[in-house]
Design a protein around this ligand. Structure first.
Ligand SMILES: Cc1cc2nc3c(=O)[nH]c(=O)nc-3n(C[C@H](O)[C@H](O)[C@H](O)COP(=O)(O)OP(=O)(O)OC[C@H]3O[C@@H](n4cnc5c(N)ncnc54)[C@H](O)[C@@H]3O)c2cc1C
Length: 197
């Protein structure tokens, strides 16, 4: 980077913004993808990934809507593209803003640190039945909109767990296994209800 100093001082810094817009398509000829449709603040590290997901979804829809004789039904493709991607783009925009607050205010908070330890404990105990919100967003194929919803259910789960007396000292004690099992069953029941709704 030979011109780092001049680059740094000559280029203005910009604000970080969230773009939420609609529609993303115009007629059957133009569609927005990536940041043009859904720029987000960078605190979940998912902006480019969300753009790649647009491309993956779009390619799948184009394959589905193209007949063997080469006719492509663009009207259907654009309608489905917006229908599928807008909820996920809005969700990752919310998650990225949420993660900013987490990084800014919560990482030094003892309750937050305890929650992280319990998340690890639950994952070790229940495996794929319990994945933290961060792990769902970053390391799984869960849609952003589903991850956002699951995150809200996990908040309820943790409100309950963090209310247990002496939890900081005994969060990984076998005494709590039964309580965790019951709480996990209730959490999974809620999850099933929302998936079926
Ligand atoms: C600080 C920061 C950290 C980030 N960290 C991550 C991360 O860890 N993980 C992640 O997945 N994402 C991250 N992102 C987000 C990621 O960089 C963007 O989501 C991604 O670059 C968007 O790609 P894009 O092609 O949609 O848009 P862009 O990369 O903005 O590309 C648009 C291009 O269009 C060009 N252009 C604009 N106007 C015109 C015009 N009129 N004619 C011709 N060309 C034009 C621009 O010059 C640009 O090259 C981060 C972003 C920031 C700001």
């Amino acid at each position: 980077m030979p011109d780092l100093i001049s680059d740094f001082f000559d280029n203005p810094t910009s604000s970080l913004v969230t773009v939420r817009c609609s529609p993303w398509t115009k007629g059957n000829r133009v569609a927005l993808i990536g940041d043009a449709a859904h720029a987000i603040v960078p605190f979940f590290g998912q902006g480019m990934n969300a753009g790649f997901e647009d491309v993956r979804v779009l390619c799948g829809l184009i394959d589905q809507a193209t007949t063997t004789d080469g006719h492509t039904d663009w009207a259907t493709i654009w309608a489905q593209y917006e229908h599928l991607r807008q909820p996920d783009a809005n969700a990752i925009a919310d998650l990225a803003l949420q993660n900013f607050i987490e990084m800014r205010d919560l990482v030094a908070d003892p309750n937050f640190q305890l929650r992280k330890k319990i998340e690890q404990h639950l994952h070790a105990r229940y495996g794929s039945r319990f994945q933290s919100l961060y792990s769902l967003v970053t390391f799984s194929h869960t849609r952003y909109s589903e991850a956002l919803h699951i995150g809200k259910l996990q908040d309820q789960l943790f409100d309950q767990i963090l209310g247990i007396e002496g939890i900081a000292q005994r969060y990984n004690s076998p005494d709590l296994d039964g309580i965790y099992d019951t709480a996990m069953e209730a959490y999974e029941k809620e999850l099933l209800v929302s998936i079926n709704a």
